[in-house]
Write a protein that binds this ligand. Structure first.
Ligand SMILES: *Cc1c(COP(=O)(O)O)cnc(C)c1O
Length: 463
């Protein structure tokens, strides 16, 4: 028997593998032991005990030979490194902002931004929170206010731009608290916590109009802006024949500055930056980076890291490169959808999110269904994923109770240029196996809770 040949033509990665890193799978018993020792928190597993590591796409990228060659050209001068100027030029060329302050990673930029802009009692509107972003806003005395469209909170909703800001809610907030209590509008695209959901150019333009009307600035979390540009090219009318680089630059031009975790889009293992157009803001940021990160021409990075970033930025905006990236995530996600497994729709740009509330409906939210599912997946196949639900959401400072987010998800994040289609198949089959036996699952009890960003270090026991 032969099977019919598919009519479509497949895509393939625009690179080939030159160096490999061996990985191994522990036995079931060894995995159970490792999990127990890690307090059922996948963040506390040792990397060498993990078979396929889908914890995060942050800093887990495989660099190209051109980037590695750039590492040998590090100018490790304390001040005025040539690699800084290469980085600055790449950011100006592809993102379009005038001024660049390098930081060791995204949260370094968020820290400086929040310290400079957020005052006690301010409200910071954003399209769904991100963990480190919101924490820095809160530590500076601000309150984060979620103004994502309602569809962003509904896992099965198929809205093509589920990360969009709710323009009405944004304007209502400005009217309610007054424009003077809003340090900036925090626009993220795509929205990580909503499942990697994009923001349309049209929506960004509407945000810009509101900002102009009330004389506010828009700060863009550009961490995965290249992936967002790909979705605009694929889904938004008028952009189908524009290049990723053109779309990225147009999107950034609607904002006044950005924070960036280069550990994501920019294809490096460490790095980030804060960028802006305003001269006075730049002067302040350049002053503050010296206190917390390092001199303004290295910001906590080695010269070689900045060179790898400059080269990674240029590679990241190539159309075939970003297409292969997003298509691999979609390949994996659609496999799960075809098998009837509950995931967040549509499949996002960097990860597939399992809907743990639907997967394990018998586990109450304060018994951590997503944390449980991430632990069970590791036990089944050595695949490491991450909770994005009640543990990540943390506690309300005022009431002391958990935040109860609508979304209770397990994130399977695909590192860039690291795993093959076969790794995706192995992972999908393990998820399916758990789904077949889902009624057996029991929840967890939290036995240690750190004060900040508890998901990183919390410990659990099986109920
Ligand atoms: C990762 C991330 C950050 C923080 O960046 P780090 O480099 O991890 O400090 C901020 N925003 C978003 C959307 C992210 O995904």
């Amino acid at each position: 028997m032969t099977t019919p040949r598919p009519t479509r033509r497949s895509w393939a990665e625009p690179w080939k593998i030159k160096m490999v890193e061996p990985i191994r799978m522990l036995t079931r018993e060894q995995r159970e032991r490792a999990l127990k020792e890690a307090g059922y928190n996948t963040f506390l597993l040792r990397s060498e005990d993990v078979y396929i590591d889908l914890l995060t796409d942050s800093g887990t990228n495989a660099m190209s030979d051109f980037q590695w060659a750039g590492m040998m050209l590090g100018d490790e001068a304390y001040a005025g490194s040539r690699n800084f100027y290469n980085l600055e030029a790449a950011i100006r060329k592809y993102y379009g902002y005038r001024h660049v302050v390098p930081t060791h990673q995204g949260r370094g930029a968020e820290h400086i931004l929040s310290r400079l802009k957020v005052k006690q009692g301010d409200s910071v509107p954003g399209n769904m929170y991100f963990t480190t972003t919101r924490l820095h806003q809160e530590l500076a005395g601000g309150v984060f206010v979620d103004v994502i469209i309602p569809e962003g909170h509904i896992p099965e909703n198929e809205h093509p731009f589920k990360g969009n800001m709710n323009i009405e809610a944004l304007e209502d907030l400005i009217k309610k608290v007054g424009r003077d209590r809003i340090p900036y509008i925090c626009l993220t695209a795509p929205v990580n916590m909503a499942g990697g959901q994009p923001v349309s150019m049209e929506n960004a333009r509407a945000v810009r109009q509101i900002a102009d009307k009330y004389e506010l600035i828009v700060i863009f979390d550009a961490t995965r802006a290249v992936e967002n540009a790909y979705f605009i090219q694929q889904r938004e009318a008028g952009y189908e024949s524009k290049s990723i680089a053109e779309i990225l630059k147009e999107f950034c031009s609607l904002t006044d500055g950005c924070t960036m975790s280069a550990k994501k889009d920019s294809l490096v293992n460490i790095g980030g930056w804060l960028a802006m157009n305003d001269e006075a803001f730049f002067e302040e940021a350049r002053n503050m980076v010296v206190i917390y990160e390092g001199l303004h021409t290295y910001g906590g990075l080695a010269g070689r890291d900045m060179e790898a970033m400059a080269r990674g930025i240029a590679e990241s905006v190539q159309d075939d490169s970003i297409r292969a990236r997003v298509k691999q995530v979609e390949y994996f996600g659609h496999k799960l959808i075809d098998w009837g497994i509950p995931v967040v729709h549509p499949i996002g740009g960097h990860a597939v999110f399992l809907d743990a509330k639907k997967f394990y409906p018998q586990i109450k939210q304060d018994q951590f269904p997503a944390q449980t599912l991430a632990a069970d997946l590791y036990a089944d196949s050595g695949v490491r994923s991450m909770e994005r639900g009640i543990v990540s959401a943390g506690r309300n400072k005022a009431t002391g109770d958990h935040y109860y987010p609508k979304l209770e998800l397990v994130r399977l994040t695909i590192p860039r240029r690291v795993y093959t289609q076969a790794h995706m198949d192995v992972t999908a089959e393990s998820v399916a196996e758990l789904y077949d036996h889902r009624e057996k699952a029991r929840g967890l009890k939290m036995i240690y809770e750190p004060k900040y960003l508890r998901f990183f270090q919390a410990r659990f026991e099986r109920l």
